[in-house]
Write a new protein. Structure first.
Length: 171
């Protein structure tokens, strides 16, 4: 039979040292744990449409606006709403994030473009001067207690009148 007696006969200074070490280890885990916070997003100016609006959150290190790499998190604003408020929860404070909002007219889950120009209404979390599709760093922001809310105003893309078989209803 195995006896635990040798393990239980530690002297008092060793027991105190182990207790202090255990306490330091436990506290250091909570000190170095990453803090999280919520991000509130208000989207204004959504064009009236029968199409839902997708709000996609990307984290640093993801391939931004790449159909093969999904967003970190996605929420849907129901068709017919012209403004909406939503929340992304438990995001890492101090990390960089980017948001892309697109009114998904054809249901493919992506921002459609023709000749490099968007064909669906959209907005990014940061506006800037970029040509073509922006990179993550072009539209990223650092999440902090001061940036816990983002107001986004949609850029409305109006469909040009098309003739014959090229109408939107025939796609």
């Amino acid at each position: 039979m195995l006896s635990l007696t040798p393990f239980l006969t530690l002297d008092v200074p060793v027991m105190k040292a182990l207790t202090v070490f255990s306490l330091i280890l436990a506290l250091s885990g909570s000190v170095f744990a990453q803090q999280t916070q919520n991000l509130n997003v208000l989207v204004n100016g959504i064009p009236e449409s029968n199409a839902p609006t997708l709000v996609m959150l990307y984290a640093s290190g993801t391939q931004f606006i790449n159909e093969q790499t999904p967003a970190l998190e996605q929420q849907v604003i129901a068709a017919g709403q012209t403004r909406a408020s939503l929340q992304f929860s438990s995001l890492q404070t101090g990390a960089f994030y980017a948001i892309m909002v697109v009114q998904d007219l054809n249901g493919n889950g992506a921002l459609d473009r023709k000749n490099g120009r968007p064909t669906e209404s959209y907005v990014f979390s940061e506006t800037g001067t970029f040509i073509g599709t922006p990179s993550f760093s072009d539209v990223a922001f650092k999440l902090s207690p001061e940036t816990s809310a983002v107001l986004l105003n949609m850029v409305e893309v109006k469909a040009k009148a098309k003739t014959g078989a090229e109408t939107l209803s025939s796609r």
